[in-house]
Structures are given as C-alpha cells and as structure tokens.
Ligand binder design. Structure first.
Ligand SMILES: [Zn+2]
Ligand SMILES: [Zn+2]
Length: 230
C-alpha cells in the first residue's frame, strides 16, 4: 500500500501462478472523471474484501469509486469490476475490442511446452494453474464507456497497446505510466508480456517498446515492481 503523488497503489497477491506468487498492482486515482475515485483494474474474483480493506485504510470505501478502468478482460483485471459497479454505481471504461470477452470470458488455452520454455514450470504446477484460472468466474462486465484510445480520463491519456490482448490499454498522464500487462516488471526488469499468454506476440513487443520509450517518471506494471526512472 503506497502513495506516490496523485496515485495510490494497492498490492494483492496471487499464489500458485505457474509455480510462483504473482503480485497485482491496482492503481487508485483521486478525482476520476465522475468526481470520485478512479480505479485501474480490479483484482481476481473474490478479492473484494482485500480491496475494501485498502480503501478503508486510506479513509475511503467501495462506494467512493466513481470510475473503473479495465485494461483488458483477464480475470485478475476485470474480476471485481461488476461487483464494484453494483455497489458504487461506478461507470466502467474499457477498449471496445475487449467488450465481447468482458461479457463472456473465454477459457485460457495455453500450451505446456511454451509455458515451460518461458517459466520453467513443472507439469503439475502447469496443470494446477490452468485448472484454477479456467475455474475463475466473474459477473459479466458491461462496459459503459467504450474506448478507442486517445481519450483522456482524469488527465490520463488512453493508449491502445494491443498484443497481450486485442484491446489492451495503458494510461499515461505525462508522469505516471500505468501499463496493465503490456509491460511486466517481474524479477527486477521491464519485459514484454509472456509470449504464451499473448494474443499476438509481435504486437505485444511493439506495444512494449512504445510504452517503455515514453517519458514517464513512474511506470506501474500490473505485475511486478513500480519503476522510478529518476
Ligand atoms: Zn493479462
Ligand atoms: Zn494480469
């Protein structure tokens, strides 16, 4: 739980992600487009109590969220969007290319050999992770404000960065760059999304390079460590 200037980051943990623990960085910005908190991504289904605890510690409650930005349809990002919307009346923003998957999330189809090449995962860890993530369910996410890229939300420009998924977005206000899964910060370096977990890896690489070359002060990947350039 950290505050960096105008943003706050709450960190949730996902154990047993292909043999290791993955962190999730949910960004919260004060004064969203509708006046309350703007939340960027929402954690795995079932983590609403943890999110609420972070907000309470900061003097807020779930009902204070007025805007929810979902970078892409994956369960660790969209998992609580509908539930929060139901509680707070928040509006949900996502790229229009993500809309079908947000309404009806497909299964993750991942090859063991590709995962093993990239993560050194064992057969048992792979099988358990695939079963777990394909068992995740969230309430269909109805997007209130479909995005194309180029819009501005509370001073953050929406950037369409396809590759990890077709309609993945990042947000940049000239200082803070919130990348979702388009940049990973796991193990101390900035890397593109996992190849085996990407819709189109070539696009993912191009999007990664376009993001890391931006003049940010802080880069906040959804998975990994926040990077301070200076
Ligand atoms: Zn993802
Ligand atoms: Zn993710």
């Amino acid at each position: 739980m950290v505050r960096i200037g105008r943003i706050r980051v709450m960190e949730l943990l996902e154990p047993d992600f292909f043999g290791s623990t993955l962190n999730h960085n949910i960004v919260v910005v004060e004064r969203g487009p509708l006046g309350g908190l703007m939340m960027i991504d929402t954690g795995l289904p079932g983590s609403l109590d943890k999110i609420e605890a972070f907000l309470n510690a900061w003097g807020y409650k779930l009902e204070d969220i007025s805007d929810i930005v979902v970078t892409h349809w994956h369960h660790d990002h969209a998992g609580n969007a509908s539930e929060i919307k139901r509680l707070s009346g928040a509006k949900i923003y996502a790229h229009r290319e993500e809309i079908p998957s947000l309404i009806n999330p497909p299964n993750y189809e991942i090859s063991f050999s590709e995962a093993k090449e990239e993560l050194k995962v064992s057969g048992k860890e792979f099988k358990e992770t695939i079963e777990r993530i394909n068992g995740l369910k969230y309430q269909p996410v109805i997007v209130d404000v479909p995005l194309n890229g180029g819009e501005t939300l509370s001073g953050f420009k929406v950037i369409h960065v396809p590759g990890h998924t077709k309609g993945h977005i990042a947000l940049f206000d000239g200082n803070y760059l919130v990348t979702g899964d388009a940049v990973r910060g796991v193990n101390g370096s900035l890397t593109p999304p996992l190849r085996f977990f990407s819709w189109n890896y070539e696009s993912a690489i191009a999007s990664f390079h376009s993001l890391v070359s931006l003049p940010f002060s802080f880069l906040i990947p959804y998975h990994g460590e926040v990077v301070n350039k200076w």
